[in-house]
Write a protein that binds this ligand. Structure first.
Ligand SMILES: C[S@@+](CC[C@H](N)C(=O)[O-])C[C@H]1O[C@@H](n2cnc3c(N)ncnc32)[C@H](O)[C@@H]1O
Length: 288
């Protein structure tokens, strides 16, 4: 049996009781280590809490070496641990499909995900549209396919959750040219970088999916003791230091309920200015 087990967002102890029982009796335990990180735990603290070895599974192992993970899972119980919820990243549906092809039974043990814990900022989960991923721009690769998804969400009043790029185990190309495989330190996109990239894309496209004054919420280290929210405009967040990773951003939809706004104002430095930005942003789409 392949068990996909969500770990929640922060502490080693955020795993569910059922998840922990399964981890303790599985033959091998893999930790998916490239789509997210726990805010207050790492491989060593998980091993200590579970009382057993945890094998780090990088992107290469999960995407190209899944047969190694699934080896003999027809007979043995294998645990595959995912930070957040098991289906909070699309990659893991591939693993389930591969397991099914091999005749391996699969069971998911769910947990909190950034996709639902983001409700802690005060915006209603029911009024979120498509989530989008924002990847690090490079000198010659500046993808903006997220733009039309934000536009679609905002046209019908929905909020957009922006999930920010994580780069782990990226080879250093200069070293690679010299025939050496050296990895760059991990990089986690910040709120500021995300918002700067969004402003650049709007400046280029000029279709007004959003403006520099569009109200957003910065979401930092959700579920951890240092969790924080900042309600501000896109251009203000482009200058905001959100501290240690992980970060996400929510761009408000063009319809914001009064209760959502009341909740959000707690996180605004200038409540009147934020309220005015929300009102002006709603006008943007009623005129279209
Ligand atoms: C590809 S998603 C993986 C989601 C994960 N499987 C889950 O269910 O929560 C990773 C991105 O989600 C966001 N994220 C995940 N955990 C977060 C947290 N605790 N606080 C803020 N953002 C978080 C970050 O933008 C991060 O780069």
């Amino acid at each position: 049996m392949l068990y996909l087990i969500g770990l929640g967002l922060s502490h080693a102890t955020d795993i569910t009781v059922r998840g922990l029982e399964v981890v303790k009796r599985c033959k091998r335990v893999y930790l998916e280590a490239y789509t997210s990180i726990l805010m207050a735990a790492d491989k060593e603290s998980l091993e200590e809490f579970y009382g057993r070895e945890v094998i780090l599974a990088d992107r290469e192992l999960v995407e190209s070496g899944s047969d190694q993970i699934l080896d003999n899972a027809q007979d043995d119980d294998i645990a595959f641990l995912v930070v957040g919820d098991v289906f909070g990243a699309t990659t893991h549906t591939d693993l389930v499909i591969r397991a099914r092809e091999l005749g391996i039974k699969v069971e998911a043990i769910h947990n909190a995900s950034v996709m639902n814990a983001v409700g802690a900022c005060g915006l209603q989960l029911y009024t979120f549209g498509q989530a989008v991923s924002i990847v690090f721009f490079t000198d010659n690769w500046r993808p903006d396919s997220f733009y039309h998804k934000i536009m679609e969400n905002r046209k019908i009043g929905l909020h957009t959750l922006l999930l920010l790029d994580i780069k782990v185990k990226e080879p250093n190309f200069d070293e690679l040219m010299k025939g050496r495989l050296v990895y760059e330190p991990p990089r986690y996109m910040s709120v500021a970088t995300c918002c700067q990239q969004l402003l650049e894309v709007e400046d280029k496209r000029k279709e007004r999916a959003y403006t520099p004054q569009t109200p957003c919420v910065a979401v930092s280290r959700l579920g951890s003791p240092t969790q924080s929210f900042k309600a501000a405009t896109l251009e203000e967040l482009a200058e905001y230091d959100a501290g240690e990773p992980l970060h996400s951003v929510v761009m408000l939809g063009s319809q914001v309920h009064e209760l959502e706004l009341e909740y959000l104002l707690e996180f605004a430095d200038n409540k009147d200015a934020y309220r005015a930005a929300v009102a002006a942003d709603q006008e943007l789409f009623t005129k279209k």
